[in-house]
Design a protein around this ligand. Structure first.
Ligand code: PLP
Length: 389
């Protein structure tokens, strides 16, 4: 029976728990050493591992708890295999480092997460990998593809401004190029709001730290790969010793179970707050893909199944950077913090000129949390009260 998204989030990978204990959730298996009953069992496990099979043979290669999370993510992202990493950034680094070699060319969309950009500029470029950033849509990709392009790397929606890319159109450009992979950072659309692998990408990266963890209490990243890219990425992840703790994997799986309820509430609260923000004279516009005013709205409607609580506010030119700083300092309910996706509201200011792909004024990014929207709006009201105009 084909399951709908909400059902799948509740039931996916539950067989791991049932097989061991009949409990609803998997056991937290804390392990380094795994014992074998005899040498022939050890030999057979080694053989399976050498053939690329995932086996519980040593805690550093994964445990039944981390395997349960991997399987859940593979099914939600509809990929062949998922690998787990200590942070979202480590997951991004793994994809770039495993695929790209000296002499290769990599095309990256301009509004990717800043530290991902830094990997390209400060690490890959120095090792003979040509990294080129493009601003705009798939037409720009078409213009810049080279025979030596081995990867197109996108983040959809892009960081801070949430610009959207037409992923199927980019994938169509790569058809027939067997050695060029399309990778997407899917942190915004995690938990099934967006499924890059069903739209032509080979690799979907998620910072589990954000909405899947959902409670601001762990850091982790995942890479879900399709059949053509999984083998090398998995092999290299093992080779380089990438793993996560079973305790964190358990928490991430627990976060996943409630993701659809949280996402719906984040989105509903965001819409209420946006209604208020758009009535404020100082606000130029709110950047949030579900709004018809958003330049990528049609793509969001076509390719996404939902939204969350992350948005940015741009102000009229007379609101200075200092005004925006003072506004954020006055907020009481909102924490000043960067790592969105938890249950709580956050605000952070991005200075004028400091956001790639954005030429307007200062931006304030808000993460709208699970607090009562009336309280969130009341907090913003007192913060806005001292803004000019
Ligand atoms: C879009 C996106 N991708 C990746 C990351 C990196 O995740 P982590 O903080 O777990 O390294 C972040 C973190 O803010 C992010 O916003």
């Amino acid at each position: 029976m084909k399951q709908r998204d909400k059902t799948r989030l509740v039931h996916v990978a539950r067989n791991h728990a049932e097989a061991d204990t009949n409990s609803v959730n998997p056991a937290i298996v804390r392990a380094s050493t795994v014992l074998y009953k005899d040498t022939s069992t050890l030999k057979s496990v080694r053989g399976r591992r050498e053939r690329g099979e995932r086996v519980f043979s040593y805690g550093a290669r994964g445990t039944p708890t981390t395997f349960a999370l991997e399987d859940a993510l593979s099914e939600i992202e509809q990929g062949a295999r998922t690998m787990l990493f200590p942070t979202g950034l480590a997951a991004i680094a793994h994809v770039l480092l495993s695929v790209l070699k000296p002499g290769d060319h990599c095309l990256l969309s301009e509004s990717i997460y800043g530290p991902a950009r830094a990997i390209a500029v400060r690490y890959l470029a120095q090792r003979g990998i040509a990294c080129e950033f493009y601003h705009g849509g798939h037409e720009e990709v078409a213009r810049r593809l080279k025979p030596e392009t081995r990867m197109v790397y996108v983040e959809i929606p892009g960081s801070i401004i949430y610009d959207l890319q037409d992923l199927p159109a980019i994938a169509a450009l790569l058809e027939g190029r067997d050695d060029t992979l399309l990778a997407a950072d899917n942190t915004w659309g995690a938990s099934g709001l967006y499924r890059p692998l069903t739209l032509g990408a080979d690799i979907s990266i998620v910072a589990i730290t954000k909405y899947i963890a959902g409670h601001s209490d762990l850091v982790m990243g995942s890479v879900t790969a399709n059949a053509r890219s999984a083998d090398q990425l998995c092999f290299d992840a093992g080779l380089l010793g990438q793993t996560v703790s079973s305790d964190d994997a358990y928490l991430a799986l627990r976060g996943l179970r409630t993701a659809s309820a949280r996402m719906a509430m984040h989105r509903a609260h965001a819409m209420e707050v946006i209604g208020w923000l758009e009535r404020q004279p100082q606000v130029d516009r709110v950047l949030y893909p579900p709004l018809p005013s958003h330049p990528g709205h049609e793509l969001w409607k076509r390719d996404f199944t939902g939204a969350n609580g992350l948005l940015s506010v741009s102000f009229k030119p007379y609101v200075t950077q200092d005004d925006a700083d003072r506004l954020v300092d006055r907020l009481k309910l909102f924490g000043i913090g960067a790592s969105w996706g938890g249950f709580e509201s956050l605000a952070i200011v991005y200075p004028q000129g400091g956001v790639k792909g954005w030429s307007g004024g200062a931006l304030v990014r808000l993460h709208i949390g699970l607090e009562d929207p009336a309280d969130i709006i009341a907090d913003l009201e007192q913060g806005f009260a001292e803004l000019p105009g």
